[in-house]
Design a protein around this ligand. Structure first.
Ligand SMILES: Nc1ncnc2c1ncn2[C@@H]1O[C@H](COP(=O)(O)OP(=O)(O)OP(=O)(O)O)[C@@H](O)[C@H]1O
Length: 315
């Protein structure tokens, strides 16, 4: 658990972060969102002591971070930044192995961990481990950055606009990967972005910041349904809210399930239980169909989702 209590950060006379209080529960993804210069990165950088607090305190699992050794603190906090910060003259494997090497893990354990993490991030170790960062695409380099942050299995993950420089498709893929990985490893995560859609997709709770203050700290659904101010309402996009709420809900929650899963017909197309209602609706509109078959992760047909039911449920 991370607790920020009345935390302020000043640069000279200007106040970048202004008396914020925030509790991030163990295993949750807290997304800091807000316009440029509102204090998101400064907040993150205080958590791993890259920046000092001007006032207030930050506790990690009840312990004040100023009483901890900064290096020890950072070893327990994976840190991912935009542009990755990979060492250009080190191979992918060596970059990922950086923290385990600092911790003097035995060689075999390090090698196994590198293999495991590259695989977890969807990079075949046989192809990528010995490459140098400049031989990777932006998306691949960003994956290596995430693998490196996870290497020593830290309890906390700090991510500062990690997907900010990527094209829309790669970004979307990495967001999905992050959701998948988070389900597997459940790190307490603080994620900075200025993209509200990214925040809605990834967050357990969102902290909306403006001019160094936290304006609202709530679940994605509540941020959409009950924005605390005109600022939050304009950030989430007033007209778009119905569809954004549909993005938060899974097909699996609204589908009509068969008593028993069936084998799909050859070439039969539909949606997955984990897909959003928004995606299901989009597919229906495109195919001009009133219902779609639904498949589970193993490819079995588990039921149908209908347009009527989606409209009945509403936003
Ligand atoms: N090292 C620094 N020295 C002086 N001022 C700084 C420093 N770092 C940040 N600031 C100022 O503090 C304020 C908050 O900056 P911060 O980088 O935290 O914002 P942000 O919300 O992360 O913005 P962005 O989305 O553009 O990265 C800004 O006004 C910025 O100019």
């Amino acid at each position: 658990m991370i607790e920020l209590k009345n935390v302020t950060c000043r640069f000279g006379t200007s106040v970048a972060v202004d008396r914020i209080s925030l509790t991030i529960e163990t295993g949750e993804v807290c997304v800091l969102v807000g316009s440029s210069g509102c204090g998101k990165s400064t907040t993150l950088r205080m958590v791993n002591r890259l920046l000092p607090l001007s006032a207030g305190e930050i506790l990690v699992d009840g312990e004040n971070i100023t009483t901890m050794n900064p290096e020890q603190l950072r070893l327990n906090m994976g840190y991912v930044i935009q542009g990755t910060g990979l060492f250009p003259h080190w191979t992918v494997a060596r970059n990922v192995a950086m923290v385990p090497e600092l911790l003097k893990w035995p060689r075999q354990r390090i090698d196994e961990r590198v293999q495991e993490l590259l695989t977890l991030l969807g990079l075949d170790p046989a192809i990528h481990a010995e490459k140098y960062p400049q031989q990777l695409s932006g998306g691949q380099a960003q994956r290596v950055g995430v693998a490196r942050a996870l290497a020593a299995d830290p309890n906390i993950l700090l991510m500062d606009e990690p997907f900010g420089a990527l094209d829309a498709i790669t970004r979307e893929n990495l967001q999905l990967e992050m959701l998948r990985i988070q389900r597997q490893v459940r790190k307490t995560t603080v994620f900075v972005t200025h993209d509200i859609d990214e925040a809605l997709k990834l967050a357990t709770r969102i902290a909306v910041m403006d001019q160094g203050r936290i304006i609202q700290h709530d679940t994605p659904e509540n941020i959409l349904r009950r924005p605390a101010s005109d600022f939050v309402e304009s950030l989430v996009g007033k007209q778009d809210r119905g569809l954004k709420l549909m993005s938060l809900r899974r097909v699996g929650d609204l589908m009509q399930r068969y008593p028993q899963a069936a084998i799909p017909e050859p070439g039969e197309e539909g949606v997955q239980e984990d897909d959003s209602l928004r995606l299901a609706l989009s597919v229906m509109l495109w195919q001009d169909s009133g219902e779609l078959p639904v498949f589970n992760g193993d490819g079995a047909k588990t039921g149908v989702v209908t347009r009527e039911r989606i409209f009945q449920a509403g936003a």
